[in-house]
Ligand binder design. Structure first.
Ligand SMILES: NC(=O)c1ccc[n+]([C@@H]2O[C@H](COP(=O)([O-])OP(=O)(O)OC[C@H]3O[C@@H](n4cnc5c(N)ncnc54)[C@H](OP(=O)(O)O)[C@@H]3O)[C@@H](O)[C@H]2O)c1
Length: 305
C-alpha cells in the first residue's frame, strides 16, 4: 500500500516521504480500515509518540496521521461491534502506525459508525477537534450555562469546535486569535473577539473557563483571568500556567465511541460546523505539509476519491 513515513525528527515535514509499505494486519480487537480520508495535526512531528513506542524504543519509520474515515475490510480475533464493509471514523492510537496510508490497523473501540450521509472528508476532520473540545469543556472544565469562556485560537481546528459547543451549552464565548480571524471566530459563534497581536487580553476581565490551545505567555496571562473556582483547560502539554484560585487541567484527548457518535449527530443536525482547511490527495500531501502558506482550519488528506 501507499503510505507517508517519517524517519528523522530533525528533518520535520521535509523528511516526510510517500513510499510503499506492507499492508497492516489486524491484531486482537483490531479492525483493518481502508482509509478514505485522514486528518493531520501540524504539531504531530513534535510529539514523542510519533517517534517511539510506549516504553521509549525507536519505532521509525512511522506512519503519521491519527484521524481517519473509511471502510472496514478485516476483523481481528475477538473483535466485536463492527462489521466488514461498515463506514467508520475515529482516532488512531498515538503509538501505532497512523492514517496517512491506504489502510490502517486500529482497535475497534477507537472507531464509531460514520452515517451514510456524512462525507468521508467531514468524518476525518472531526475526531481530534471534536473530542478535544467536548472532553475539555464538559469532562475537564465542567462548563455550565451562563459561564464565560475564553476560546483561544477560535478560528482554528479545536478552537472553532470549542466556540460552537460552548455557545450551544449557553456560555458566553470570547474567542481569540489573529486579526484576520475575527470574522471567522464570530461566525462560529464567539460573542467577542480578542486579536492577540493588537488588543489587550486582560480587557475581557474575569472568566470561568479558559480553553488554551496556545500556551506560553498567553497561557500564563489567561490563567490570571480565571475567577475563583474556575478552570484552565490546556491541551498544549504540561503547562506552568495555574489559576490563582482555581483548577488547571492538562489533558490529551482520548477516543470515545459514544462521543464520536454525538459529535457526528450534531454535524448532521446542523448544530456543529466542521472547519476544514486544506484538502489534498495522498500523492500531493507531502508538498501540502511543506507549504509555507498559513493553514486555516483542519488539514485533511483525501486518500481515496
Ligand atoms: N492535548 C490534546 O489532546 C490536543 C488535541 C488537539 C490539539 N492539540 C494541540 O492544540 C494546538 C492547536 O491545535 P489545532 O489543531 O486547533 O491548531 P490550529 O488549527 O492551527 O489552531 C490554532 C489557532 O490558534 C492560533 N494561534 C496560535 N498561536 C497564536 C498566537 N500566539 N496568537 C494568536 N493566535 C494564535 C492559530 O493561528 P496561526 O495559525 O496563525 O498561528 C490558529 O488559528 C496544537 O498545538 C495541537 O498540537 C492538543
Amino acid at each position: 500500500m501507499k503510505a507517508i513515513i517519517v524517519t528523522d525528527q530533525a528533518a520535520e515535514a521535509a523528511g516526510m516521504k510517500l513510499v510503499e509499505r506492507p499492508e497492516p494486519r489486524a491484531a486482537i480487537n483490531d479492525v483493518v480500515v481502508q482509509v478514505y480520508a485522514s486528518g493531520f495535526v501540524g504539531t504531530e512531528l513534535a510529539w514523542p509518540s510519533t517517534w517511539t513506542d510506549r516504553i521509549g524504543r525507536d519505532r521509525t519509520p512511522t506512519i503519521p496521521g491519527h484521524e481517519l474515515s473509511g471502510v472496514v475490510t478485516a476483523l481481528g480475533y475477538g473483535t466485536t461491534g463492527l462489521s466488514i464493509g461498515q463506514r467508520v471514523f475515529g482516532l488512531a492510537d498515538w503509538y501505532r502506525d497512523g492514517t496517512l496510508a491506504e489502510s490502517v490497523a486500529i482497535e475497534a473501540r477507537n472507531l464509531a459508525p460514520l452515517p451514510g450521509d456524512v462525507d468521508f472528508t467531514v468524518g476525518a476532520s472531526l475526531p481530534i477537534s471534536g473530542l478535544t473540545a467536548l472532553q475539555g469543556l464538559f469532562e475537564h472544565g465542567h462548563l455550565r450555562a451562563g459561564q464565560s469562556v475564553i476560546a483561544h485560537g477560535a478560528a482554528g481546528a479545536v478552537g472553532s469546535m470549542v466556540t460552537q459547543l460552548a455557545r450551544e451549552a449557553g456560555a458566553h464565548v470570547i474567542g481569540t486569535g489573529r486579526a484576520a480571524d475575527r470574522q471567522k471566530a464570530l461566525d462560529f459563534g464567539a460573542q467577542e473577539f480578542v486579536d492577540l497581536d493588537n488588543d489587550t487580553l486582560e480587557d475581557v476581565g474575569n472568566v470561568d473557563l479558559v480553553f488554551d490551545v496556545i500556551g506560553g505567555d498567553i497561557g500564563k496571562r489567561s490563567a490570571r483571568l480565571i475567577r475563583a473556582g474556575g478552570t484552565l483547560v490546556s491541551i498544549v502539554g504540561p503547562s506552568e500556567a495555574r489559576p490563582v484560585d482555581g483548577l488547571a487541567v492538562d489533558f490529551v484527548v482520548e477516543s470515545d465511541r459514544a462521543q464520536l457518535s454525538e459529535i457526528v449527530q450534531r454535524v448532521r443536525d446542523g448544530r456543529l460546523r466542521t472547519n476544514i482547511g486544506n484538502v489534498s490527495t495522498l500523492d500531493d500531501a507531502v508538498a501540502a505539509f511543506n507549504s509555507t502558506a498559513r493553514r486555516a482550519g483542519k488539514t485533511v488528506i483525501r486518500v481515496r476519491p
